[in-house]
Every structure is written in structure tokens, then in C-alpha cells.
Design a binder for this molecule. Structure first.
Ligand SMILES: Cc1cc2nc3c(=O)[nH]c(=O)nc-3n(C[C@H](O)[C@H](O)[C@H](O)COP(=O)(O)OP(=O)(O)OC[C@H]3O[C@@H](n4cnc5c(N)ncnc54)[C@H](O)[C@@H]3O)c2cc1C
Ligand code: FES
Length: 274
């Protein structure tokens, strides 16, 4: 998607709010100096002045162009400095880059979504897009796993989705506390209790590599075909433009050909889960 800007030049954006989602995850609410358009599942490079940039998939609605939300887990150098930013700071946005979710192909389907940890960020954006076309969908089932109840992000999202016709959500944690009254166990275990018409369904998986791998295997075991499974892949990235080669996964540039692929497209490429 073209925002009419120089692809190398970050668009300035003002940080207006920082939302604590979990001890390690924050959502940054940004107001770009110009409208910013993206397709759900595409990613951006987000810059902290004087520090560096890192790739993130917007977690906000692709229908909203004047505010962009990015949900960031603190993992290293750039993300730690991001987590210290306060409202009023300016950041830079490059992109959007890559290929997002082909939501047109989800029409008339039961959409089964498996998310883990911070992988719910791109999925939240997808859910907004699906909500917008819910008349064209049969059903949307969200299965989400996190380590503990405190690590469970977007708590209000689940309450809201459960009130929307055709949407249903299920959550699980690896380790419960006294107040948790939902499932306990790894995210893939939620799929054991889901009944879907697989012929009329597609599945979306986004989360840590281990969950992507076992989630995909579980979906195949349930009867999904390789081409019915959509995966959002994360590889080390630098340019985001298919030029530097940092993100190579076999024959693919994840930044340009992905980050969303069907399992069918990537299953024969090396090291897809690492
Ligand atoms: C297309 C794409 C979309 C992404 N979307 C999001 C998102 O919405 N929210 C989010 O929190 N993160 C997302 N990531 C991951 C994010 O880019 C990394 O966490 C970030 O680059 C780490 O930067 P850093 O400088 O803080 O860490 P570094 O100092 O570079 O690394 C610190 C540690 O984090 C690990 N690390 C670095 N990059 C990744 C990665 N891509 N995945 C997992 N571990 C990594 C390193 O191996 C190292 O152990 C996405 C990555 C890609 C490629
Ligand atoms: S990040 Fe440079 S080629 Fe993909």
C-alpha cells in the first residue's frame, strides 16, 4: 500500500498514549503527521530517534488512518528504549511493507485463529478487519494462549468480541492463578474442543515459533490442508524492502513476499520455525 511518501524516509508520528498490556508488553498509540494506510498483516519499521528501528505489525484497525497502534514486547535494545518513551515523544514510521492477510479469500468461511503471546497484536488488527466484513463470514473463532493471566493482553477485546454475532473467543494460560476460571494448558490444546466445518474454513496462526510449529501440526492433524493455513512469519529484518537479504527464508524475502504466507507456500523452505 502506497502512502505517497519516500519509502526510505520515516513519517513522523506523535506518541499520544502508552497502554500497559502486560508486564512486558505495551501498546503505543501514534498520531502520524499524515494519514497512514496499511493492509491488515502488513508490517512497519518503527524508529526511535537516535536509537534505531525495528519491525512491528500494527495492532490497530486498517480502517483507521489517522491513529496507528503498535503493540511492542520488550525483548532487547530498541524495544527497551521504546518502553521508556512517554506521551509527547515523536517516533518514525516506515512502510507499510509486505503482504498482509488476504481477507477477501476469507469470505463465506469459518475463520479459526490461533494466537499466542504478543502474536495477538497482528491478530487484533485482523479481527477489526473481519468485524468490518462479518456479514460475509460464517464464523470467527479466536483461540489465545499466554503464559499467565498477567501476560494475557487486550483483556477488554475478549469481552467485546464475545458480544458480536458470529464471533467466539477462548483463552488459556500455561500457569493459572486463583482467579483464573478459563482453560489451563498450551494454546494448541484449545483446538481439541473446537468443532469446525474444515472444508469451509481457513486457519490463521500467529505467535512464538514453537506455537506456530505445533499449531500448524495440530491443524493438519484436524484435517486442514496446507493451503488453508495462514502463518505470519517473523525473521530478522533490516531494510524491509527486499534488498538487504537479512530476512531470507529459502527462496523468499519474508519482508517482501510475506510476512503472511500459507503453509503450502513455505513448508519446503529451510528453518521456517526458527
Ligand atoms: C514482520 C515482523 C512483525 C513483528 N511484529 C511485532 C509486533 O507486532 N510486536 C512485537 O512486540 N514484536 C514484533 N516483531 C518482533 C520485533 O521486531 C522484535 O522483537 C524487535 O525487532 C526486537 O528488537 P530489539 O532491538 O528490542 O531486540 P534485539 O536487541 O535486536 O534482540 C534482543 C533479543 O530479541 C530477539 N529478537 C530479535 N528480533 C526478534 C524477532 N523478530 N522475534 C523474536 N525475537 C527476536 C533476539 O534474538 C534477541 O534474543 C515483529 C517482527 C517481524 C519480523
Ligand atoms: S529485510 Fe532486507 S531483504 Fe528483507
Amino acid at each position: 500500500m502506497d502512502n505517497g511518501t519516500n519509502i526510505y524516509k520515516p513519517l513522523r508520528a506523535k506518541l499520544t498514549e502508552v497502554i500497559d498490556e502486560s508486564p512486558l508488553i505495551k501498546t503505543f498509540v501514534l498520531v502520524p503527521e499524515k494519514k497512514f494506510m496499511f493492509k491488515t498483516g502488513q508490517f512497519i519499521e518503527l524508529t526511535v530517534d537516535g536509537t534505531g528501528e525495528a519491525p512491528f505489525t500494527p495492532s490497530s484497525s486498517p480502517l483507521v488512518t489517522d491513529v496507528l497502534e503498535v503493540t511492542v514486547m520488550k525483548t532487547g535494545y530498541v524495544t527497551t528504549i521504546m518502553h521508556d518513551l512517554k506521551p509527547g515523544a515523536y517516533m518514525g514510521i516506515r512502510g507499510p511493507y509486505g503482504r498482509g492477510y488476504p481477507v477477501d479469500k476469507f469470505h463465506d468461511k469459518e475463520v479459526l485463529i490461533l494466537g499466542g503471546g504478543c502474536g495477538l497484536a497482528p491478530i487484533r488488527s485482523l479481527l477489526y478487519a473481519l468485524e468490518n466484513i462479518k456479514g460475509k463470514l460464517k464464523r470467527v473463532i479466536l483461540c489465545y494462549g499466554s503464559k499467565t493471566p498477567a501476560d494475557c493482553i487486550y483483556k477488554p477485546l475478549f469481552n467485546r468480541l464475545n458480544k458480536i454475532d458470529k464471533f467466539e473467543t477462548y483463552r488459556t494460560v500455561d500457569q493459572a492463578d486463583d482467579e483464573w476460571n478459563e482453560s489451563v494448558g498450551v494454546a494448541t490444546r484449545l483446538l481439541d474442543n473446537i468443532s469446525v466445518n474444515i472444508k469451509e474454513s481457513i486457519a490463521v496462526v500467529c505467535g512464538p515459533p514453537i506455537m506456530m510449529k505445533f499449531g500448524t501440526l495440530k491443524l493438519l492433524e484436524m484435517g486442514y490442508k496446507d493451503e488453508q493455513i495462514y502463518l505470519s512469519m517473523e525473521k530478522n529484518m533490516s531494510c524491509g524492502l527486499g534488498k538487504c537479504g537479512h530476512c531470507m527464508m529459502g527462496k523468499y524475502f519474508v519482508c517482501k513476499d510475506g510476512p503472511v504466507f500459507t503453509y503450502d507456500e513455505i513448508k519446503d523452505q529451510p528453518n521456517i520455525w526458527s
